[in-house]
Ligand binder design. Sequence first.
Ligand code: TRP
Length: 347
Amino acid sequence: MKKIILTGDRPTGRLHVGHYVGSLKRRVDLQNSGEFDSIYIMIADAQALTDNFDNPEKVRKNISQVLLDYLSCGLDPEKSTILVQSYIPELTELTFYYSNLVTVSRLKRNPTVKSEIAMRGFNSSIPVGFFTYPISQTADITAFKATTVPVGEDQLPMLEQAREIVRSFNSIYGETLVEPKEMLPDNQACNRLPGIDGKAKMSKSLGNCIYLSDDPDDIRKKVMSMYTDPNHIKIEDPGNLEGNTVFIYLDAFCKDEHFLRYLPEYANLDELKGHYTKGGLGDVKVKKFLYSVLMEELEPIQKRRAQLEKDVPSLMEQLKEGTEKAREVAAQTLSEVKHSMKIDYFE
Ligand code: TRP
């Protein structure tokens, strides 16, 4: 069986370092590994509209922002097909047929939907489009016969639901769709990078993100203001690593060789942590180190972005081409789906 990747992002803002360690970086590695037959990266604008339907301008303007983030991180349109969801109407048609296979109570139980409803304060006025987006996401995944979906932990219930729909479809209409499997980050810190305030997740509305395209000065300020251990007041005080944002970021970003370059008095992160918990190591020193580590990773990305920003129209042209190519694949799957469903009256 072919090995096919599909994953995507909602274009509701520029991408941040949480996206980067949780998924983007992995995608680039997978792309360059040559182990996959096809890779599809979707800008999920239709999904973004399910909870931003009253703000289409926000979605519109972030299409090129997300595209710039993708390309500056190293996604290569020659190797990965980058596409925009709304320009593939076949996905909507698949969603319509899959809707028959899902109950309202099953959607209500989906933990991701549940927590997003609570977060957005929808309560009893849940838009149908938002409520059913797991079905549409299943269409995204299955249209390209994806076997592998690189995502963060928060998307696990989506993948579970997608597999249920696939099994149900195949058992009713005959073997047609491919069951997808998630691929999670192998590093726990990467799975759930908190915001700089230590809050569970980076989110634009909380204002606690470090964006890939942030100005280095802003990144320095953000790092210096990061939440650490509130009881670590004097340098001599023993520090706590639990929930300590700076150390969680180091877990996600730091490699041994960074110490050689920026903090040679320690051999590795374990030694640094040891000193911190024992007492005698100040937050400022650790934060400065984190800033250097972060910038080493972000600088080449930012340089590439500056270059790419000079000609956005040609990038949009590439996106259009990717979308057209992807549409052909989705159309092929839709025709197989309809054939399995015996919708072939005029053939
Ligand atoms: N729901 C995903 C998120 O919020 C984005 C997404 C849309 C996606 N379609 C997808 C992820 C298909 C994986 C596969 O991050």
